[in-house]
Design a protein around this ligand. Structure first.
Ligand SMILES: [Zn+2]
Ligand SMILES: [Zn+2]
Length: 365
């Protein structure tokens, strides 16, 4: 093989190192409109047998990216700045390690958010998010707001023919997170029960559709934006409540003859939304905290008297991403997306911060 000293190109043992663009965080900041810089970096290199490099065709922008920019993840994930954000990725496999047998070059995949080892005890139990050797591209290693992403074989789920990788990308996190919470809630829901979906944004609009597909319940959607409630209405919510116009507890009380809602799916997780639980959760029910950023401040006696629980949820298992892809293929879940190129990424960050993104923004590097 001829090795030519092209400037900016380095030849490794098996791969040519090229450069690519990546949107990277250099320092934590509150200034979303100037948070990331588009840097010229080396393309990822396969250096483990299970590594997979994916050419990114869609990378969803998530509220978690805003929180990462603010430094909220530093205490939960080892972060070495500068780091490329982006954890909702899908695209085409361009290179695989020697040990990879389930996907090959040219195959379209969605990338689960985390790379796990497969052999620690949580992995053996199927608790992928609790892996003792977890890596989280976009939060602990370089993510997908770039031309290419390094992940591993366990994390990539092949997509059925005809699925648009850009449109499906947000399911890698937003979708699976919503699905996982709904699957837990659905186990406790019986026909005729009432469920409440709080926040019909990026996650909530997916959660609402999953709930409709998986559980024969009456659904009330709650959001402070009337446009979000219109979307909820479109997607099958039976009732909608805007807390800035009506008292949520009174409305749920009326709708359930005073019994309350059996399961709450809270995709906001603010002080105000978690404070609803004592007044709206039916006895024995659960308030799933999926969105985050606020605090839970309820008296312990409220939980005892109401016999309800707050349950946090974190993303979901690889198998759940397969199940969600199946729901998408059946036509049960329609993701509302808008597309932006990599150069517009700070505008997207600022827009989401101001609540101006409907559905999910997807970056197309
Ligand atoms: Zn996300
Ligand atoms: Zn593990």
């Amino acid at each position: 093989m001829a090795v030519s000293p092209i400037p900016g190109t380095v030849f490794g043992p098996r791969t040519i190192l090229h450069h690519m663009r990546a949107a990277r965080l250099h320092e934590y900041t509150e200034a979303m409109d100037d948070a990331l810089s588009i840097d010229d970096v080396d393309t990822p290199q396969v250096n483990q047998a299970d590594h997979v490099v994916v050419d990114i065709e869609g990378a969803g922008w998530c509220q978690t990216d805003n929180h990462a920019i603010e430094g909220m993840w530093e205490q939960y994930m080892p972060q070495d700045l500068p780091m490329t954000l982006g954890h909702e990725n899908a695209g085409t496999v361009v290179e695989t390690g020697d040990g990879v047998s389930t996907v090959e070059e040219g195959e379209q995949v969605i990338c689960h958010t985390v790379m796990t080892c497969g052999t620690c005890r949580p992995c053996r139990l199927g608790e992928d998010m609790h892996c003792e050797n977890i890596q989280f591209p976009g939060l602990s290693t370089d993510g997908g707001f770039a031309d290419q992403l390094l992940t591993n074989e366990r994390a990539v789920i092949p997509l059925p023919d005809g699925v648009d990788t850009t449109d499906i990308a947000p399911h890698a996190d937003a979708g699976i997170t919503a699905y996982h919470a709904v699957k837990l809630a659905a186990r406790e829901l019986n026909p005729g029960d009432h469920a409440v979906v709080i926040g019909v944004g990026g996650l909530g609009h997916i959660g609402l559709q999953c709930l409709n597909a998986m559980s024969p319940v009456t659904i009330t959607a709650v959001d402070v934006k009337n446009s979000a409630l219109d979307l909820a209405d479109d997607l099958g919510a039976h009732h909608t409540v805007n807390p800035s116009e009506a008292d949520v507890a009174d409305e749920i009380d009326d709708l359930t003859d005073g019994n309350g809602a059996h399961q709450i799916l809270d995709f906001v997780g603010s002080d105000e939304t978690t404070a609803l639980a004592p007044d709206v959760v039916a006895a024995g029910g659960d308030h799933y905290v999926v969105g985050y950023g606020g605090h839970v401040h309820e008296p312990s006696q409220a939980l005892v008297n109401g016999d309800f629980s707050y349950q946090g949820t974190l993303v979901g298992q690889y198998t759940e991403l397969q199940e969600l892809v199946a729901l998408v293929e059946r036509g049960d879940v329609d993701l509302r997306t808008s597309r932006y190129n990599l150069g517009e990424i700070n505008d997207v960050a600022a827009k989401l911060d101001r609540g101006e993104i409907e559905g999910r923004a997807v970056i197309t590097p």
